[in-house]
Design a protein around this ligand. Structure first.
Ligand code: NAD
Length: 256
């Protein structure tokens, strides 16, 4: 069977990506919701996305209003039920391999699903810009709370649980609209970005700031910028290589 144009273009793009990876000394992967869709976690800005069904509850409202907290927990547990048991896929595995080989010092992610850690990358090497949705924290004392216990209390009482240690407001460990960005991950993401000579974006529309400022910074700092995404992104124009394709398919074809 003869190869059609799009298959050839896909193969050429993967070969070009492989060549850039082979030449790179410090690769910094930067991921968004698109890397996890193959695992069954829906992306954000896709038609029918469950994340877009409701107007987001902003951080100020969550803090000020117990009813908003109850609604936030109701939505959180409903979303968790949608992708319970999601496992890392070929894209996560390819990035974990780059980290394990010492070719990538870590991964910067906008994702909150914990799938990079589940793929075998140590916690310390996963820089989570928007937090982590697999546990909760007290916003006063910082104590970690497990979601199973929060859910048990929530479902039994119908109230948003408070911190068992200090009585503070407990929230999913994600960053909500209007919530300050986490300082240490922002600092670490900047360090990694400035160390990169190849910055590899996978699965982000690159419209969420300040997260999307890191690929811009990498490019201005002289790194090669590669974007692997199914659809056009905001930063295709400044990329050295755009691979318009499926992440699992593309990264899964790279040599280990
Ligand atoms: P986004 O939804 O805005 O963009 C995802 C991009 O990935 C889209 O352009 C889409 O075309 C592409 N895509 C989807 N599946 C793909 C695949 N298999 N192969 C190639 N491309 C694919 O996501 P974003 O830029 O990360 O911004 C969304 C925000 O929402 C983030 O800040 C994140 O915190 C949050 N979010 C996280 C998750 C998660 O943790 N998995 C899921 C949804 C939303």
């Amino acid at each position: 069977m003869s190869e059609d144009g799009s298959e050839r273009a896909g193969r050429d793009a993967v070969a070009a990506l492989q060549a850039l990876l082979d030449r790179a000394e410090v690769i910094v992967p930067f991921t968004g919701a698109g890397i996890s869709t193959e695992s069954g976690v829906p992306a954000f800005r896709t038609p029918g996305s469950p994340w877009m069904r409701n107007k987001p509850i902003a951080f100020d409202a969550f803090m000020a209003n117990p009813e908003a907290r109850i609604e936030a927990w109701r939505r959180k547990f409903a979303m968790d039920d949608l992708y319970r048991g999601a496992q890392p896929n070929r894209g996560h595995a390819a990035i974990a391999a780059l980290v394990a080989q010492g070719r990538a010092p870590g991964v910067i992610t906008q994702n909150i699903d914990g799938l990079h850690q589940a793929s075998g990358i140590a916690d310390a090497a996963v820089v989570e810009l928007h937090g982590n949705g697999t546990y909760a924290t007290c916003l006063s004392c910082g104590l970690r709370h497990e979601l199973a216990e929060i859910r048990r209390v929530f479902e039994a009482s119908g109230e948003a649980p408070s911190c068992t240690a200090c009585g503070g407001v407990v929230k999913s460990a994600t960053i909500s609209f209007g919530q300050p960005m986490p300082r240490a991950p922002m600092r670490r993401a900047e360090e990694l970005t400035l160390a990169a000579d190849l910055f590899l974006v996978a699965g982000s529309s690159l419209v969420v700031f300040p997260a999307a400022s890191f690929p811009v910074l990498a490019s201005r700092n002289g790194a090669r910028l590669v974007i692997v995404n199914r659809e056009p992104t905001e930063l295709d124009a400044i990329a050295d290589l755009v691979v318009r394709g499926d992440i699992g398919e593309t990264l899964g074809r790279l040599a280990g």
